[in-house]
Design a protein around this ligand. Structure first.
Ligand SMILES: Nc1nc2c(c(=O)[nH]1)N=C([C@H](O)[C@H](O)COP(=O)(O)OP(=O)(O)OP(=O)(O)O)CN2
Ligand SMILES: [Zn+2]
Length: 150
């Protein structure tokens, strides 16, 4: 049976700041992120299976990505916890804002690496993560490919 890639698209609004960066993105600002998640597998061939003909039910893929990424990052502001931004994060949290402290500089590259690890851990054994595309602006995106990271 053929190996097939299927993709589901997600979007979320997230704030961030790049501490120490030499440009305008050192300021707290936000993006309407777009995330394409592509998995690969063989469509289920058992005619009696409720998911007959599917690599993975798009609805099941949506649940995983929503729980791991979208619901966590949407309308949160992300800071690198290894920088003085922790003080700003604490102030915002104390004032009731949703803040996410991560162990990396929150660039598209580092976020897509984080997302790949989180999604891989939740996929069923017979399905692999093929690639992710994280779009920060209309003209800027980062991609993660399993084949580049074997
Ligand atoms: N390699 C990376 N470079 C930059 C990142 C990043 O994640 N990886 N991030 C930023 C900023 O956070 C922000 O995304 C600005 O990027 P840029 O594409 O320059 O945004 P603009 O709005 O100026 O882009 P347009 O060309 O107007 O669409 C900076 N660099
Ligand atoms: Zn940005």
């Amino acid at each position: 049976m053929s190996q097939i890639r299927i993709t589901k698209k997600f979007s979320f609004e997230t704030g961030h700041a790049l501490y120490g960066y030499d440009g305008k993105c050192k300021n707290v600002h936000g993006h309407s992120y777009k995330l394409n998640v592509t998995v690969i597998g063989t469509p289920i061939s058992d005619q009696n299976h409720v998911k007959f003909g599917m690599v993975i039910d798009f609805t099941d893929l949506k649940k995983i990505v929503k729980e791991e990424i979208v619901d966590v990052f949407d309308h949160a502001t992300v800071f690198n916890k290894n920088t003085p931004h922790v003080d700003l994060a604490k102030e915002l949290k104390d004032r009731g804002h949703t803040v996410l402290l991560v162990d990396y500089q929150p660039t598209s590259e580092m976020m897509v690496i984080d997302f790949a690890e989180k999604i891989k851990q939740r996929l069923p054994e017979n399905i692999s993560l093929h690639s992710l595309k994280l779009q920060e602006t209309e003209s800027s995106f980062a991609q993660w490919f399993a084949s580049d990271n074997e």
